[in-house]
Write a protein that binds this ligand. Structure first.
Ligand SMILES: [Zn+2]
Length: 394
């Protein structure tokens, strides 16, 4: 039975509406736009810029989640991304609302810088400055999440529930704020050092000749982890306040020193993705704002608890993550009850393995198709939630 509506006087209702209106107007005032408040209170809608949250008046512009230059370079305009509900959308159609300033100024400058860092600069130079690459990868993830909050779960009911489960609506708030560095200066410090607000790795890869096999994208929403394979460059980013970098960053960089086969890149991404699911702390921040510049200090992850920052590594769970990222069945990656999981990086003696880009490599399951979760079955909201939970458990 429905409970009776609380009695409010017309005057109180009017006052509350005025307050809501004022808060909304306040949010849209230029001076307020860079506060965390403006972004966290922002309503995801087709009328707001996905990046800065500004209300779009007059002509709407739309931004391709995967930029046009990338679509052209890797011939992927007609390839599809699998959304959380199992439906597929061609990259050329995946767009989000964007204000002209973000589109033509901030993001267009970012695209130029990232393009040059990835494909025109020596990799050592690009690795020294991973901030732009980190923001760029997260901007893509933000775009997908934004689209999934707007697109209907069931296309037959365009006004029905959106794809992204309600519980996951706030997951991107902090990262969304931390990647606003294109619009105003943000200084991020963690463990006493100035750094990027997450972990980012760039790998040198062997690139398949076939253009259609040169691109791959994978993500994990719980760790806000992204893996992007772009020809001879591989990017892995995690929104973890730098925890992965501080714990296993050196190992990943050591294994990634040489030119890797795409499957080896997938293995390193799986290690980082899985490690991110083991993080058992929620980073806390102290934020100050002065003269339009923002300083964000991340509190030490260890905090006051004596419990380790990461839960114990479990080889079975890791094998599942490796299977999601490489496309190989778990039974092949972890054939028995021992703790052994197949590796493509080193041989039994621990020596680095060189895998040539042969015909068999081109047929490897991971490179067959660019998509997100390797599963294109139609899904209901409960399967979406199960799928997300399965990813955390590995
Ligand atoms: Zn904007």
């Amino acid at each position: 039975m429905a409970s009776p509506a609380p009695k409010t006087s017309a005057k109180a209702a009017k006052k509350a509406a005025a307050k809501r209106g004022a808060a909304k107007a306040d949010m849209d005032r230029p001076g307020r736009q860079h506060s965390l408040y403006a972004l966290s209170e922002r309503i995801y809608s087709g009328k707001r810029c996905f990046y800065c949250g500004q209300l779009l008046r007059g002509s709407h512009t739309r931004e391709h989640v995967f930029p046009l230059w990338l679509q052209k370079r890797f011939g992927m305009a007609n390839q599809c991304l699998t959304l959380l509900n199992g439906t597929q959308i061609p990259y050329r159609q995946l767009t989000v609302p964007c204000c002209p300033t973000c589109n033509n100024v901030h993001l267009s400058k970012l695209e130029k810088r990232v393009r040059s860092l990835l494909f025109e600069s020596p990799i050592a130079e690009a690795r020294r400055d991973l901030k732009d690459i980190y923001i760029w990868a997260n901007k893509i993830l933000l775009g997908i999440v934004y689209a999934e909050r707007l697109l209907p779960l069931n296309r037959r009911y365009p006004r029905g529930r959106a794809i992204l489960p309600r519980e996951m609506h706030d997951m991107f708030n902090m990262t969304h704020f931390l990647i606003q560095g294109l619009r105003f200066p943000i200084r991020f410090t963690a463990e006493g050092e100035e750094r990027i607000p997450g972990s980012a790795f760039l790998f040198d890869l062997k690139s398949p000749r076939n253009q259609e096999l040169q691109f791959d994208f994978k993500d994990n929403l719980f760790g806000l982890s992204v893996s992007l394979r772009l020809g001879n460059r591989g990017i892995v980013t995690l929104s973890d306040g730098g925890a992965i970098d501080l714990s296993v960053g050196d190992l990943l960089r050591r294994d990634g020193k040489r030119k890797l086969h795409p499957i080896q890149f997938d293995e390193l991404a799986a290690k980082a993705f899985y490690k991110a699911t083991l993080l058992n702390r929620t980073p806390k921040y102290i934020m100050t704002e002065f003269n339009g510049a923002v300083e964000v200090m991340q509190m030490p992850l260890m905090g006051l608890s004596s419990k380790p920052v990461f839960d114990d590594w479990n080889q079975t769970a890791y094998a599942h993550m490796l299977s999601v990222l490489t496309g190989y069945p778990v039974e092949r990656l972890k054939p028995d009850d021992t703790d052994r999981v197949m590796t493509f990086i080193s041989d039994a003696e621990g020596n680095p393995v060189n895998i040539p880009l042969g015909r068999s490599a081109n047929r490897s399951p991971t490179m067959n198709k660019a998509n997100r979760r390797g599963n294109s079955k139609k899904a209901t909201m409960s399967t979406i939630k199960r799928r997300c939970a399965a990813l955390t458990r590995g």
